[in-house]
Design a protein around this ligand. Structure first.
Ligand code: ATR
Length: 275
């Protein structure tokens, strides 16, 4: 049976084995998907051993997405743009590195949540790996504007510079949080790691245009701190990143198996589990 796995450290909490088992059952694909704990200095060895044992592909999570990027001998354009790899495919040509996180975000917003991005003003909060992976997929939706704002303004300005001239639409802009005062947006996406330390980004009020939703890439059993402050600040709706998790998995499954699984039932089941 074809073998796949998710590799990370820690890995015990990963929902990927359950998600991919559900996809396999639903699509009638014969495959096995497990969780691999790699030592902090043993990512490449873990990948090599899995490949030698007949593994066909891997999902890669914290803290190995940059090492996975370096390990791949070919990369998709979206992985190059993200500067990180969350999906490896082993084939006769070697190791292909892909990044499905940004596509998962866009699909959750547009397909699951009914949030249009085309022609909209998008605010992306954060300038780390999570934000970077989202930029090209967001620009590909042809928004009216994409503003990248970060606690450390220089990092957002640098990211906007990296992605300048990547589309024929509007150029991304970068700034600090304070410079957002007086602006409003149609969609606000939190890609900062603030929720991990039970914090919300320190944003000026009034960022939400009428009807604008807030989206947090993080998720938990209830509102994240960002979602809670977004409600107070007038967001018309709030969503967490559980749908993004399921959609990035579906994109990986599609790359490996050539079949796009249905995500709604899997997402609903996960939602019940974390409630
Ligand atoms: P990831 O891979 O999850 O993006 P990262 O590359 O370490 O992680 O980036 C973390 C991001 O979260 C950064 O944009 C960071 O802002 P700084 O560049 O100013 O450090 C942001 N971040 C972390 N904690 C935050 C907080 N409490 N408020 C606002 N932004 C925060």
């Amino acid at each position: 049976m074809d073998r796949y796995a998710v590799v990370g450290n820690p890995i015990a909490h990963s929902k990927s084995p359950a998600i991919h088992a559900a996809f396999a059952a639903q699509t009638g694909q014969q495959l096995q998907y497990e969780a691999l704990l790699a030592p902090p200095d043993g990512f490449a060895d873990t990948v090599a051993a899995f490949r030698t044992a007949g593994g066909r592909g891997l999902n890669v999570t914290v803290p190995f997405k940059l090492e996975a990027f370096a390990l791949a001998d070919r990369r998709t354009p979206r992985a190059e743009a993200a500067g990180a790899v969350n999906t490896l495919l082993f084939d006769d040509h070697g190791i292909l590195g892909d990044n499905t996180d940004g596509a998962g975000l866009v699909r959750d917003l547009t397909h699951n949540l009914g949030v249009p991005l085309t022609g909209r003003r998008i605010l992306l909060l954060g300038a780390g790996g999570a934000a970077r992976g989202a930029i090209l997929p967001l620009l590909a939706e042809h928004p009216a504007a994409l503003v990248i704002a970060n606690r450390t303004a220089s990092k957002a300005i640098e990211l906007a510079r990296i992605f300048a001239d990547r589309t024929n639409g509007p150029q991304p802009a970068g700034c600090g949080f304070a410079e957002l005062a007086g602006s409003s947006f149609d969609v606000v996406i939190n890609a900062t790691a603030a929720s991990l330390s039970a914090q919300a980004p320190d944003l000026p009020p009034g960022l939400y245009a009428a009807g604008a939703p807030a989206y947090d890439m993080m998720y938990g059993s209830g509102d994240t701190p960002f979602m809670a402050t977004a409600r107070q600040d007038g967001a018309a709706a709030v969503a967490d990143g559980l749908g993004m998790l399921v959609e990035q998995a579906a994109e990986s499954f599609l790359l490996w198996r050539g079949v796009r699984p249905e995500t709604a039932a899997v997402l609903a089941q996960l939602r019940r589990q974390i409630a």
